[in-house]
Design a protein around this ligand. Structure first.
Ligand SMILES: [Zn+2]
Ligand SMILES: [Zn+2]
Length: 96
């Protein structure tokens, strides 16, 4: 039995991801959350503080349906961003 540990695999995958050979798809911890907005909408999540902002695109379904052969039921879009607060903090940290 070759002794390949999960740690080794993870290290190798990380190396591939860093070399842009594969893409690391991030899974937000505890990704499901409850919110009062039950209308279809999407989210922008800050990569630093994980603050969630609601996004409403009026024509998103039309936009994504053109390259899709089937019919679009719903769109769950998550935009990874850096919120103004975190961007401000980073700019401040760079300046000092
Ligand atoms: Zn933030
Ligand atoms: Zn929402």
């Amino acid at each position: 039995m070759p002794s390949v540990t999960l740690g080794t695999i993870h290290r190798n995958l990380s190396w591939f991801a860093d070399s842009w050979l594969i893409r690391r798809v991030k899974r937000v911890e505890g990704a499901s959350f409850f919110e009062g907005n039950t209308k279809p909408h999407n989210h922008a999540i800050c990569e630093r503080c994980e603050k969630v902002e609601d996004l409403v695109f009026s024509n998103l379904k039309d936009l994504v349906s053109s390259p899709i052969s089937g019919s679009v039921v719903s769109v769950d879009l998550t935009v990874n961003c850096i919120c103004p607060e975190c961007a401000g903090k980073e700019a401040l940290a760079k300046a000092t």
